[in-house]
Design a protein around this ligand. Structure first.
Ligand SMILES: Nc1ncnc2c1ncn2[C@@H]1O[C@H](COP(=O)(O)OP(=O)(O)OP(=O)(O)O)[C@@H](O)[C@H]1O
Length: 267
């Protein structure tokens, strides 16, 4: 049984002549423990898909089902971290456990253990304002993983970080997710990120986003960031980029005349 199943999901925004068809129809099955990355051109509906999966948005038609139980729910990580500035780092990481009504002592211990894993033990009592972008994103990752989620939904979590930090956090996430059995749906602009992290990479078309290609990554698990220098990595990246390039700049049927120059989608 897949942990995540999307059946003919579509989503549009607005009404009448101004309707924007954002997504689908899209079908997707993610197996238990699988890490699926979704790449696609800007504006193709990736965030819309993830927001539907998270229950923040309803599909216009079709259905998206997550199979979890209450003790191991789905957790989300966003590009803008989604952490609370008025809570300490420890309280942020404990947040999901508090929602689950975990006993305070146990919640503190689990939160502290995750902070230690992410190198943030010394910042437990600090407020997020005192942290760098990379540290804030580590807090968001610790908070999501602390609830031991069955399903992890990630929407471009590293997009706001510089290239070096992004690589470091990709490698950390790789190690962390291989140590847990979370089923993960991960949205990214970056083919490289998708190939490092994913068991499977789905390429979406320009809006309204559908899955136009799917590849399994040939790298055994547990793997490390060393796969970046594997010749198969470069070959697969080139192949997927060819597919993606065709979609970047393609305009949706409802988007009106093409811009004169310089505008439009970018990968
Ligand atoms: N709340 C909304 N109201 C109106 N239109 C929306 C809304 N949310 C998304 N859209 C439109 O739906 C389309 C898909 O948006 P979405 O944010 O899902 O794309 P994306 O692939 O995540 O883009 P990016 O990679 O640039 O973040 C876009 O054309 C966007 O303008």
């Amino acid at each position: 049984m897949p942990k995540i199943r999307a059946s003919a999901v579509t989503r549009s925004f607005g009404r009448g002549p101004r309707t924007v068809a954002a997504l689908g129809p899209l079908d997707l099955d993610v197996d238990p423990g699988e890490f699926v990355c979704v790449v696609g051109p800007s504006g193709c509906g990736k965030s819309t898909l993830l927001r539907i999966a998270a229950g923040l948005l309803r599909p216009s038609s079709g259905a998206l089902e997550l199979r979890t139980d209450a003790t191991h729910p789905a957790a989300m990580i966003f590009q803008d971290y989604g952490i609370y500035d008025w809570k300490t780092v420890l309280a942020n990481v404990r947040f999901g456990l508090d929602v689950q009504r975990a006993p305070r002592k146990e919640a503190d211990a689990r939160a502290a253990a995750w902070l230690a894993k992410l190198g943030l033990a010394d910042f437990a009592d600090a407020y997020p304002a005192a942290l760098s972008g990379g540290m804030r994103q580590r807090v968001a990752i610790a908070r999501a993983l602390a609830v031991e989620p069955e399903i992890l939904l990630m929407d471009e979590p590293f997009a706001a970080l510089d290239a070096q930090l992004r690589t470091i956090l990709q490698d950390e996430l790789l190690a962390l997710t291989q140590a847990t059995s979370a089923t993960t749906l991960f949205i990214t602009h970056s083919l490289e990120e998708a190939l490092v992290l994913g068991d499977r990479v789905l390429v979406m078309s320009a809006r309204p986003g559908r899955v136009i290609a799917e590849r399994r990554t040939p790298f055994a698990r547990p793997r490390t960031g060393d796969v970046r220098s594997d010749p198969r990595f470069t070959a697969l990246k080139d192949e997927l980029w060819e597919l993606l390039r065709g979609e970047v700049g393609r305009r949706a049927p409802d988007a009106g005349p093409a811009p004169a120059s310089g505008e439009g989608a970018a990968a």
